[in-house]
Ligand binder design. Structure first.
Ligand code: ZN
Length: 434
């Protein structure tokens, strides 16, 4: 599937430091340990609606991961999926009397536009679930052949993974059974369905239902795949086991990331006899709220990136507003947040068009140090704020109390650092403003 165009990425002097991130499975901040090419999988959208600010915040957090790794000298193999067939997509198409394929294509196109406008580095592999179905079928057949999956005995043809035989089950989220049962019921699982061996067994394959699209399935049973096996199959196809970061919103901690990992680990054990971890770290971005509530479809309180853009809001201000909070902190979107970001952007732009400014080296070092520390974007922004204030005062020391050194060409270096590390282009609108 086509991704979106890559923004220019300036190269900065010298390599940045090792990136440390909070790993949900270990419950602490750990150093990432990528090989020459770092490998990252971030769960993509189900394209039934436009990109809201909660989505945007998640993809911006992992865009920082991508940028910090590249600055540290790594290549990055970034994979993202599109859940282009799933219950919410089919339900929305049914509600609106629209072809589900057309709906998915339109919303995926809009997502690409939003990501391009926000200057998110595109994935190297952008993979749709539908295109992956033939490989998913092989995987489900393998789990059936190994006795690790079973067909429900009610004539539906639905296939479940038997988690009692999955030794790593629970290692990603660390949740107890009661929590898992509650979240399963809340987030698309079916813990109370009769006939399952274990209430927490996840659906691998859904047999054909009247009015739903279907494909040839395991052992000749037509239907469509479960959600978690899609991401397991796509990751196995593209970056393989033991990749560096599995990313997504915090609502994917359970069940989605737990089950994707369990499926892939079971398939790998079946093929090689080895128990290898799916990912080295599971990293989750917090939720964005509005008016005191989590932004979500069910609450109907979504703010769309495309609506803001359509209303003339600079995408760089949206990006800066979302990065002004830490990615692991649930936070609210407010009009004030956007106004503050617009004003900050204007200040930064006034500073970077100067020929001389406060020295650039401490800014570059500060940005790198803050972002490598579990993506402390508010700390990184404070570093640039101090530089811009000192530069606009014409003093170089950043304290406003003395007349420290200024440096020719520093503003251009800072602009490159802000672009490469925070993904914020400071020149586009500055030139228009004259
Ligand atoms: Zn996923």
């Amino acid at each position: 599937m086509l991704a979106w165009p890559a923004p220019l990425l300036p190269t900065l002097p010298g390599p940045g430091p090792v990136l440390r991130l909070f790993d949900t499975a270990r419950g602490e901040v750990v150093a990432t340990t990528p090989d020459r090419v770092a490998r990252m999988y971030v769960c993509g959208i189900t394209p039934y609606d436009a990109t809201h600010l909660g989505h945007a915040a998640t993809y911006l957090a992992f865009d920082l991961v991508n940028r910090v790794w590249r600055d540290a000298g790594h290549g990055v193999h970034y994979v993202q999926n599109v859940t282009d067939v799933d219950d919410p997509l089919l339900e929305r198409a049914e509600r609106d009397g629209e072809d589900w394929v057309v709906l998915a294509m339109r919303e995926t196109a809009l997502f690409r536009e939003d990501m391009t406008a926000l200057r998110v580095l595109p994935p190297d592999d952008y993979v749709g679930a539908v295109a992956t179905i033939p490989r998913i079928v092989v995987h489900v057949e393998t789990l059936l052949d190994e006795g690790l999956a079973y067909v429900l005995d009610d004539g539906t043809g639905d296939v479940y993974h038997d988690v009692a035989q999955a030794p790593g089950f629970g290692e990603e989220s660390g949740y107890d059974e009661a929590t898992m049962l509650a979240l399963s019921a809340e987030r698309g699982g079916d813990p109370d369905r009769p006939g399952k061996r274990n209430r927490l067994d996840p659906l691998l394959w859904r047999g054909h239902r009247e009015g739903e699209p279907s494909w040839p399935g395991p052992r000749g049973t037509a239907g469509r795949p479960g959600w978690h096996i899609e991401c397991a199959a796509i990751a196995l196809d593209t970056i393989g086991m033991g990749f560096d970061v599995q990313g997504g919103g915090s609502d994917l901690v359970f069940p989605h990331h737990e089950y994707s990992a369990v499926h892939a680990e079971a398939l790998t054990a079946a093929a090689t006899g080895e128990k290898l971890p799916f990912a080295r770290a599971y990293v989750h971005a917090a939720m964005i709220g509005l008016d005191g509530e989590k932004m979500s479809k069910s609450r109907g309180n979504l703010v769309f990136v495309s609506k803001l853009r359509g209303g003339g809001v600079d995408p760089m201000a949206i990006r800066l507003a979302l990065l002004s909070g830490h990615y692991r902190t649930d936070r609210a979107w407010t009009a004030d947040l956007l106004t503050t970001a617009e004003s900050r952007l204007a200040t930064w732009r006034r500073a970077v068009v100067r020929d001389t400014g406060a020295p650039a080296a401490p800014v570059l070092a500060g940005l790198r140090e803050r972002l490598a520390d579990d993506l402390d974007s508010p700390g990184a922004i404070a570093v640039v704020d101090a530089w811009a204030a000192a530069t606009l005062r014409g003093t170089g020391d950043g304290t406003g109390t003395g007349d420290g050194d200024t440096e020719d060409g520093a503003p251009a270096v800072v602009a490159d650092a802000v672009d490469a590390l925070l993904g914020i282009d400071l020149f586009g609108a500055a030139l228009q403003d004259g």
